[in-house]
Design a protein around this ligand. Structure first.
Ligand code: SF4
Length: 470
């Protein structure tokens, strides 16, 4: 990994832009995903699907307290144990307590961004519990010791030869350029992990309130193994994942699949409605569901509530011209990258400061809004966040002072004229001065006109306030 996720944002971006292999991998993969999405949507009434998906998500968010209560009641009636977690620390505490009570030594996981969000793997490993990612992409990056760089395709930043190299080093396999051989190797390595695991942990794509069911969308079948083979199963769901009915979940499954990977539907849709019952041939002895807030209520209370409509399809990421150049690691430690990541990362963080650069990592071209299957107006949310950052004084001090001087000058004719004269004299050299130097590092400084508009106006014999029509 060439990007240091712990470095400052400008450093991360420079590191990403300097990595030609990374950019080639991103280009190839996002183009492929965009092509598949276009094909998948060409076969259906895409506008109607979008309207319906938006309505279903809007209903869920507007009725969140009632649906969560209904979900809890039905999960308990199905034999599940339900836990509420206000934040990451509480969720981790619950998982570790369940693991401790059940003498768990080995955990298998299916891909889940909420578990990345709360740092679950580190917490388990610190407690002496082995945890293995079973989604192929997550398995690869776990071997590489890297965080995911995309919510749907976590290993999007790697080329085939990179993956072959990781397998050679970590699994002692011969070099290969055959994807099928790499898959076989992973399958063999994972099978034994499934068989020894005491606990399976998954995220949740949809939690159905009226039946008390946790749904997971996968393409590899690993999700079903995680939820049914180990004796204890723990599902961790953000509170916004609740939906009203099976029909609503199925509709969102179709919308997510077409927009994420360009499939009519994903290969697997695993529904878990409780532990093994008398007469069942398989299933866990215990099923726990952790409903986690971790900042989501705060998002809903403020003007960013629409961000919770997201079904994590990744379409906005694949279309984003910024993401396509820098990839997911340039967004920092967050598992959420691209436009949706730039919105929710600063909001999920209690303090906006650690992620204050992310809302500016957008050209505001609007492509993300146009592809979003649940019609989230991402550019508006990004603009609102930018203004919040300024209002909350979260911007760097040099920027705040500079903008204050600029706004004072703009409101008074004499300082404005003095500043304009200075800018014309200095021309592009102004960009070398310390306050502008950093800004100009990644931008083309503007060319100042030889004469101001006011001067030209005066030269034409006009006085201020006269009409311009000629
Ligand atoms: S914001 Fe929209 S396009 Fe982006 S991941 Fe969420 S649902 Fe998909």
């Amino acid at each position: 990994m060439t990007v240091d996720v712990g470095a400052a944002y400008p450093t991360r971006v420079r590191q990403a832009l300097a990595d030609d292999a990374l950019r080639a991998a991103l280009d190839r993969a996002t183009e492929h995903l965009r092509g598949r999405r276009a094909q998948a949507l060409a076969g259906v009434d895409a506008t109607r699907l979008r309207d319906e998906a938006h309505a279903v998500r809007r209903y869920a968010i507007e009725h969140l307290p009632d649906l969560l209560e209904q979900l809890e009641g039905n999960l308990i009636a199905n034999g599940c144990q339900v836990h509420w977690a206000r934040d990451a620390a509480e969720a981790l505490g619950v998982v570790l307590e369940i693991a401790h009570q059940n003498h768990v030594k080995d955990v298998v996981k299916s891909k889940s961004m909420v578990t990345e969000e709360i740092g679950l793997n580190d917490a388990l490993q610190r407690s002496g519990i082995d945890v293995v990612e079973t989604d192929l992409g997550e398995f690869i990056i776990q071997l590489a010791g890297e965080p995911p760089s995309h919510i749907i395709t976590p290993v999007i930043h790697k080329r085939l030869e990179d993956i072959s190299e990781i397998f050679q080093t970590k699994l002692d396999t011969p070099p290969t350029d055959q994807p099928a051989e790499l898959c076989d190797t992973a399958r063999r390595a994972l099978r034994s992990e499934f068989l020894i695991a005491d606990m399976g942990i998954s995220g949740c794509n949809f939690a159905i309130a009226e039946t008390g069911t946790i749904c997971i969308v996968t393409n590899e079948g690993n999700g079903r193994m995680v939820t049914s083979l180990p004796r204890v199963y723990v599902a961790i769901a953000g509170i916004e994942k609740v939906v009203r009915s099976v029909e609503d979940a199925v509709l969102l499954w179709q919308a997510a699949s077409r927009n994420a990977t360009g499939q009519d539907v994903s290969v697997y849709f695993s529904m878990s409605s409780g532990p093994r019952r008398r007469g069942d041939s398989d299933g866990p002895d215990e099923m726990h569901v952790i409903l986690i807030d971790n900042g989501r209520s705060r998002i809903l209370e403020r003007r960013y509530g629409d961000a919770t409509l997201c079904i994590r399809c990744g379409a906005c990421i694949n279309i984003c011209p910024v993401y396509r150049e820098i990839g997911g690691h340039a967004y920092g430690r967050t598992p959420y990258s691209g436009p949706i990541g730039a919105v929710i990362t600063p909001l999920l963080e209690y303090d906006i400061r650690p992620a204050r650069d992310l809302p500016f990592a957008s050209s505001l071209c609007g492509a993300c809004r146009d592809v979003c299957p649940v019609k989230i107006d991402l550019p508006r949310l990004l603009l609102d966040l930018r203004s919040d950052i300024v209002e909350r004084r979260a911007a760097p001090i040099a920027e705040r002072v500079g903008m204050r001087v600029y706004s004072t000058a703009l409101r008074r004719p004499a300082p404005y004229r003095a500043l304009a004269r200075l800018a014309r004299r200095l021309g592009r050299l102004a960009a070398l001065l310390p306050p502008l130097k950093r800004w100009a590092r990644t931008r083309e400084p503007p060319r100042f006109a030889a004469k101001s508009f006011a001067t030209l106006w005066r030269e034409r014999g006009r006085r201020p306030g006269e009409g311009a029509a000629e």
